[in-house]
Design a protein around this ligand. Sequence first.
Ligand code: IPM
Ligand code: MG
Length: 360
Amino acid sequence: MSKKVLVLPGDGIGPEISAEVDKVLSLVNEQESLGLALDQALVGGAAIDAEGSAFPESTWQKCKMADAILLACVGGPKWDSLPPAERPEIGGLLQIRSRLDLFGNLRPAILYPQLADASSLKPELVSGLDILIVRELTGGIYFGQPRGIREKEGGIREGFNTYVYDETEIRRIGKVAFEAAMKRGKKLCSVDKANVLEVTMLWREIMEDMSKDYPEVELTHMYVDNAAMQLIREPKQFDVIVTGNMFGDILSDAAAMLTGSIGMLPSASLDENSKGMYEPCHGSAPDIAGQGIANPLAMILSAAMMLRHSLSCAATADRIEAAVESVLDKGLRTPDIYSEGMQKVSTQEMGDAVVAALKA
Ligand code: IPM
Ligand code: MG
């Protein structure tokens, strides 16, 4: 039986990096007779332009049928003046995550030793870095109702959002995080703002309660402002971090920089049954789109995560990750991870090099 993989190239640098992933997946599919059936669909701004909606019905149907989804990135200035609910981010990406119930977002920040020089921190602070951020992805302030921009008395406008989590949402992301910690270093840091926000007071209480079921895991709590500081001060103190949607969004960008570039960070967004969508943590980078300089490795590594977690092809995932390491060993660098003495390459050259390494 074939395994249906749906690729959503999206906007900005999305189509460029997707083209490289397509080469990699087509090759391993052929080499190892994996039986992957690769298909594509529109999402985000590209879908708005072609079909008038950031998440068209035809894309939704394909998403439901797929065994796994690989998404590049969405959004761009062209669509920023649309009403919020119609924009690529809210109407496209957040909709897919929510309709597929992809509440568990795993964002591993691993420093490839080859990239120690590309990190903004001293090599000794980041060498060997291996953090997993577990971000809740379908709740919190990014989804809470009511939301909007309204007019108050006197004609003054105010914007408002709602930061809300119920117990079941906290428990299910807690379970993902505790179980991830069990498979790793057994240290879990729950990040909240429980000194100010009731919603995260409840979050902390539930995490504390859940820790009774995981006596081997050492649970700690940290306020988000401190967590941001600690990530920069001494990142290796962390093993697994669990946090809500917004804090996870912010902290994962910070963690990305520790590893050299956000262009290196893959992620998995999973539902209760580990069906998933795989996405690089970076956005659509409209400022560099179309120039052939974007780093395709975060999406290639996301494809590896997809093969491992959703398609039972762990050995292929290992091969792809090893191929990425070997191109880094050869000194090939897109501009975002470039440092002196290395060889600067384009998006396409980087993709070709991974393909060549897989053929070697
Ligand atoms: C991410 C991105 C998205 C998010 C944007 C593009 C809506 O920043 O995946 O981290 O905030 O979730
Ligand atoms: Mg983000």
